[in-house]
Design a protein around this ligand. Structure first.
Ligand code: BGC
Length: 501
């Protein structure tokens, strides 16, 4: 579908849905639809919360300074290792930044994060990650000497407090992770210890968030980029603030005009429950999650939760609402928490057939449920409602950063499975931005959310490069192991020097 065009409505196809089901659909529309006025109210509250997060007192949204202090020029150079610990996969990359502006080459290996690692111990986690890196370098690097000159950018996509770019204290696990003993501790020493145990002489140059990586990687190829977003398993954004607007860094006495990338951690927006239109299903998801009370916004919009919201509604309709749907059927499979992921909803929304035969097959195959035509219609509408709400609420975050900064025009680099794969997500988000900002009909959208460059690979390498460049220029603010970085990466020095434009 062309960008910005409204997805087709199936309103007419509800004509043979029995009255009681229709009533339920109306109830669901009532609770899941977010009207324009509400979008504006949420955006305005969001602006205040972003600002609050930058103060000494703080607020719900962490607004973490990242010590990534500036955009790339496009002429960064050198070879770097990048490690990406996302929610589902682990990726190890070797990224080369050649002389040509905005170019890069990447070699990478992907490893699945075993499910039980997410609730295991810190030792197991760091050991597993170090083993993957070991495997990668054994395959790609026979020469250990070479390894010592490859600085590492580690994309750790969880909220971390950073007094230094090469360190980070995990604030709390998100995205269903629950590894004991890591929250409140610096994640870098045990990670480096695991590398050392395996005899890997790799030096971490920067610990980054996937959103900061996305911001920097997108700005590397598109200078209009001002925000980096992830709409994936989790949801979050980063943008460049000026140090003078970050009261919680006042004690550092940095030049007020110096840029500082802020990892917003906006998943925590509205943990006070002031403005988001939460349904009984959102409340249930939160209650049964490993961290109740946290990530209120994320739990309504991120990929990890979309399928679960859908599942909870169906179970409720079957059980509580006097067996309105799937009467007489065994819903055992549907009763398993997190048994449906957002790709299930994507597939429903993508079903091209008027009789929803693909959706019918999905229910049969995944859940052993034979759904009637009206039930399928309800499921399709429900998927649309959940997917649309996620896109519209996500747009409020983007709008809020733009409003806070007074940006009336910019590009937003976005990545993540929901953004890239969920049908109509982009168009629905763009539509919400139009409503929030009241852009005139027919005018070209001045704020556009575009698919990003690889933030966790290329972005991590670029931030490592920018950090080394800062050291060479004598700006060591927010860098702890300056000496080790200089020594370990001496061979890179010449390469990372900027080429004259
Ligand atoms: C994490 C963020 C991350 C986002 C997207 C959230 O759960 O807290 O750090 O950027 O997911 O991966």
């Amino acid at each position: 579908m062309p960008f910005g065009k409204k997805p087709p409505s199936r309103r007419g196809s509800l004509s043979d849905v029995p009255k009681d089901l229709l009533k339920q659909i109306e109830r669901l529309e009532e609770i899941f639809m977010v009207k324009t006025d509400k979008l504006k109210e949420i955006t305005d509250h969001f602006v205040g919360e972003l600002t609050k997060g930058l103060t000494v007192e703080g607020g719900d949204i962490p607004m973490n300074p990242t010590w990534c202090m500036g955009f790339p020029t496009g002429y960064e150079k050198g070879t770097y290792l990048a490690l990406d610990m996302g929610g589902t996969n682990l990726r190890v990359c070797e990224v080369s930044l050649p002389e040509e502006k905005g170019e890069f080459q990447i070699i990478q290996s992907k490893y699945r994060m075993p499910e039980d690692l997410k609730t295991g111990t810190g030792e197991e986690l760091w050991g597993y990650i170090a083993d993957c890196i070991h495997q990668f370098v054994e395959y790609h690097h026979e020469d250990e000497q070479d390894l010592e000159t490859l600085p590492l950018g580690f994309t750790f996509s969880y909220p971390a407090t950073q007094e230094y770019i090469d360190h980070g204290v995990l604030q709390r696990w998100t995205k269903g992770f629950d590894i004991k003993g890591v929250e409140g501790t610096d994640v870098v020493p045990p990670f480096e210890a695991a590398l050392q145990e395996r005899g890997l002489p790799i030096k971490l140059a920067a610990l980054i968030n996937d959103t900061t990586g996305t911001l920097i990687a997108s700005a590397y190829t598109d200078e209009k980029t001002k925000i980096g977003c992830i709409f994936g398993t989790g949801c979050n954004a980063a943008y460049m603030e000026n140090c003078g607007s970050i009261p919680k860094l006042a004690h550092m006495k940095l030049d007020p005009d110096t840029p500082m990338a802020i990892n917003c951690e906006w998943g925590a927006f509205d943990n006070q429950h002031k403005v988001l239109p939460r349904t009984q299903y959102d409340i249930l998801i939160d209650k049964d999650s490993p961290r109740p009370g946290q990530q209120t916004f994320e739990k309504m919009v991120a990929g990890l939760y979309l399928g679960e919201i859908f599942r909870l509604v169906l179970v409720d309709l079957h059980q509580t609402q006097e067996c309105l749907i799937f009467e007489g059927q065994d819903i055992g499979k549907l009763q398993k928490p997190y048994s449906l992921d957002s790709s299930f909803l994507s597939a429903i929304e993508e079903d091209p057939f008027e009789n929803l035969s693909e959706t019918e097959d999905l229910f049969q195959k995944h859940l052993s449920i034979t759904a009637t035509k009206p039930e399928l219609e309800l499921c399709r509408r429900l998927a649309e409602l959940i997917g649309t709400r996620a896109a519209r609420l996500s747009a409020c975050g983007v709008a809020a950063i733009c409003k806070k900064k007074g940006w009336t025009e910019c590009h937003v680099g976005a990545d993540g499975t929901v953004f890239n794969k969920y049908p109509h997500f982009k168009a629905r988000g763009a539509q919400a931005l139009r409503e929030i900002f009241e852009w005139k009909k027919g005018m070209k959208d001045p704020i556009v959310i575009n698919p990003a460059e690889d933030g966790s690979g290329v972005g991590a390498a670029l931030i490592a490069a920018l950090t080394l460049k800062r050291i060479q220029e004598g700006n060591t603010a927010g860098i702890r192991d300056v000496k080790a970085l200089i020594e370990g990466t001496a061979a890179q020095k010449a390469e990372t020097d900027q080429v004259d434009e």
